[in-house]
Design a protein. Sequence first.
Length: 161
Amino acid sequence: MGFDFRGCGESQGNFYESTLSNRLRDLHEVVEYVMQNYNASISLIGSSFGGMVAIAYAYKNGVKPVVTISTPYKIDGIEKNFVEDAMKYDLLEMVKKVSHMLIIHGRNDELVPFEHAEKLYENAMEPKKILLFNSDHSFSDDVERRKALEEAIAWIKKFKS
C-alpha cells in the first residue's frame, strides 16, 4: 500500500505542519489498518523526509526490510517547528538498529548531499546496500526512477520470501 503524508504528493494539508512526530503517528495508523484488514507483512519505502520516517518507524517497531530514497539524516533551514521536532530524533543512532536496509540516492540530488546517504549506510546494520543513480532528488527521470524502484522491489522480495 502506498500513501502520501499530509501536504505531500496528492494529499491535502500543510507540509510544515506534518512533522516527523505527526508522520510517525500517521504511518502507525496506516500500518495498523494494513495489519487488521490484509494480514500482511510490512516493509517500508520512504523518499526524502519519508525516508526519515521509515528509519524512525523501523527503529521503534523492528520493521524490515527498509528502502530509503534521497533521505537526509538531519534537516535544517526550514520551518522552526518542523526542524525542532526533527531534532528530537537522532537518525544516525536509530539506524544503528535498522537492518535489511537499501539506501538509494541520486548523483545530482540538489537538496540532500550524498554524504547523508553515506552516513546512513555507515551506521546501518547488516545486511545493507547503497546504490547511486544518475538522478536528481525527485528521481524525475523516468528511466532512473524505474531502475530505482525495480531495485527497491527486488530488495524487499529478497528478504520477504
